[in-house]
Ligand binder design. Structure first.
Ligand code: TMP
Length: 208
């Protein structure tokens, strides 16, 4: 496990139910007396939450892919320094709704050379990988319907459409296949309580 705590990220396409599942896992572990920090990206620290607003609000073409990568990485660095690393050093379980895999997918697939840029910046400024990643897998059509129903003011990415969600889903599954020791794929197209029980069992089996 990382430092003395354990770092768990949740990933998935928009509307996959991963935020609900991250919360349910946090509640489950807390009920057993585990000290859990539930956080999210982009955001999770005051500075990174300000960057989140810049990233998620406004026109779809507000930022180039390169600028977006810099902003996501800046937000992640602040979140890591101020929230994630101190919590891990204190022995806590950190559950993070999205982390670097989201940048690898959402920004990395937008053009030639971008995945490499994401990976190089990650190597320079972030380095840390989660001890475990829960990939909540979901049909893109179902996910998009759910995401659009509750998008509100943060709709920049969700307006990208079904074709993008399909590519993202395939990308996440490919990524999981390259890192099976870190990323567990969970079928999210089931009742939330069933998905949560599955996740809790698989995470607990690997917690110290
Ligand atoms: P959320 O819906 O999980 O709160 O995430 C907000 C949006 O931000 C979502 O559409 C995915 C996007 N995103 C990226 O494009 N790159 C990233 O690195 C992260 C963390 C999120």
């Amino acid at each position: 496990m990382t430092a003395r705590g354990c770092f768990i990220s949740f990933e998935g396409i928009d509307g996959s139910g991963k935020s609900t599942q991250a919360r349910m896992l946090a509640d489950h572990l807390r009920a057993q007396g585990t000290d859990v920090i539930l956080t999210r990206e982009p955001g999770g620290s005051p500075g990174a939450e300000q960057i989140r607003k810049l990233l998620l609000e406004g026109a779809t073409d507000r930022w180039s892919a390169e600028t977006e990568i810099l902003l996501f990485t800046a937000a992640r660095r602040d979140h890591l320094e101020r929230v994630i690393d101190p919590a891990l050093a204190a022995g806590k379980v950190v559950i993070c709704d999205r982390f670097a895999d989201s940048t690898r997918m959402y920004q990395g697939i937008r053009g030639a050379g971008l995945r490499d840029l994401v990976d190089r910046l990650h190597a320079m400024l972030i380095e840390r990988e989660p001890d475990m990643t829960v990939l909540v897998d979901m049909e893109p059509e179902t996910g998009l319907e759910r995401a659009l129903a509750r998008a509100g003011g943060e709709a920049r990415f969700e307006t990208f459409g079904a074709e993008l969600q399909t590519r993202l889903r395939a990308g996440f599954l490919e990524l999981a296949a390259t890192a099976p020791e870190r990323i567990m794929v969970i079928d999210g197209d089931r009742p939330a309580a069933e998905v949560a029980a599955d996740i809790a069992a698989r995470v607990e089996a690997r917690l110290p």
